[in-house]
Design a protein around this ligand. Structure first.
Ligand code: C2E
Ligand code: MG
Ligand code: MG
Length: 336
């Protein structure tokens, strides 16, 4: 709404009158509806050069109103402006980094708990930032997903990971895929083409997705899983236990292994809070019954490894066994 609201107090008073008005119950097709609205307010400032800038800020304030529980109004403020600017800068930085191919997979070993043998590696994305050094995904994945740029980043990382696979011949390599990327058209085709280009075998690849990717669009996810499986690619369910954990899908979807989230693994030794232990035990019993492999994530101590082993968890990954590391220089020949 564009109105000559004057100062902040007037704008907020106008907004609350409008919210009350919009919130009146109404009858539609014989049903009583209780509408609500979320409103963002931005006041015209001399620094704006175009109307769109004002709308963009009002939009940001509206998302804040939604995030704070809806049915309310929020005023765009300096803090929001600083955050919006930071995110815009980060997005621009990310675009430049994509052009410069500034992303690398770092590799962390996955261990067979009973034998201690390395069975594979997870490829973890690192942004080799020219000022801030190697950045872990937490610093930028949100912006990457919101802007859709993460897909381009992923392909750059996958390509390097596949090249590494052909030089490092032992075990499998698992890559992470964001839910939206997993659902994108031609994901499987493009993946197979890239594997072929690199000369890497599909059967040595594992794909890590989270539960969200399955529940977003279950029929589509099932088709994708079947396509991948038919080409010999196994899918692992990452961060298991943190999402909806709707256990019914475990036997409907061809899932090869569950990765038990590190938040549960880190709680295994906490005698005062036995919930993690109970949960991990239940997950492992279920996976055992269904014949699904299990990987404990974020294993940092011998005691955690021992508990997992004792409960029948097949594999482990964590700082105890090895941190994510760049591919050795001798190893990265031709990786550019
Ligand atoms: P994830 O797939 O669950 O990866 C495990 C995370 O736990 C990694 O964080 C890893 O460095 C960290 N970790 C491993 N062992 C330990 C441990 O013993 N203790 C603790 N405290 N942490 C441990 P990282 O590398 O920061 O990655 C974060 C997330 O970013 C990943 O979680 C994954 O969801 C996402 N991600 C990573 N690489 C990619 C990628 O290439 N593409 C996409 N779309 N997402 C990625
Ligand atoms: Mg993962
Ligand atoms: Mg995980």
């Amino acid at each position: 709404l564009l109105a000559d609201a004057g100062d902040e107090a007037t704008a907020q008073a106008v907004a609350s009158r409008m919210l009350a008005e919009l919130g009146r119950p109404m009858w539609v097709a014989g049903r009583e509806l209780f509408p609500s609205a979320s409103m963002g307010i931005a006041l015209w400032q001399p620094r704006y050069r175009q109307g769109e800038e004002l709308l963009r800020d009002a939009d940001a304030a509206m998302y804040r109103a939604k995030a704070l529980g809806r049915d309310r109004s929020e005023l765009f403020d300096e803090q929001m402006r600083a955050e919006a600017t930071r995110l815009l800068d980060l997005e621009a930085d990310l675009r430049r980094a994509i052009l410069a191919d500034a992303f690398e997979p770092w590799f962390q070993p996955i261990i067979h708990l009973a034998s201690g043998e390395v069975v594979g590696h997870e490829a973890l994305l690192r942004w080799m930032h020219d000022v801030q050094g190697p950045l872990a995904p937490g610093a930028f994945i949100g912006v990457g997903e919101d802007s859709g740029l993460i897909e381009q980043v992923d392909w750059l990382v996958y390509r390097r990971a596949f090249q590494w696979m052909t030089r490092h011949r032992e075990g499998y390599v698992s890559i992470n895929v964001s839910p939206r990327h997993f659902h994108s058209d031609n994901f499987a085709d493009r993946l197979l083409l890239m594997l072929e280009d690199a000369g890497a075998e599909p059967s040595r690849l594992r794909i890590e997705i989270t539960e969200v990717a399955l529940l977003d669009d279950a029929p589509r996810a099932l088709r994708m899983l079947k396509t991948l499986r038919s080409r010999g690619i196994f899918v692992l369910l990452d961060d298991f236990g943190t999402g909806f954990s709707a256990l019914s899908y475990l036997h409907r979807f061809p899932i090869h292994a569950l990765k038990i989230d590190q938040s549960f693994v880190s709680g295994l030794e906490d005698a005062e809070h036995p919930e993690s232990l109970a949960l991990v035990r239940a997950i492992l019993a279920l996976a055992g019954t269904l014949g699904i492999d299990t990987i404990g994530e974020g294993v940092e101590t011998e005691a955690q490894a021992a508990i997992l082993r004792q409960l029948g968890c097949t594999m482990g990954q964590g700082f105890l066994f090895g941190r994510p590391m760049p591919a050795p220089a001798t190893d990265s020949r031709g990786a550019a």
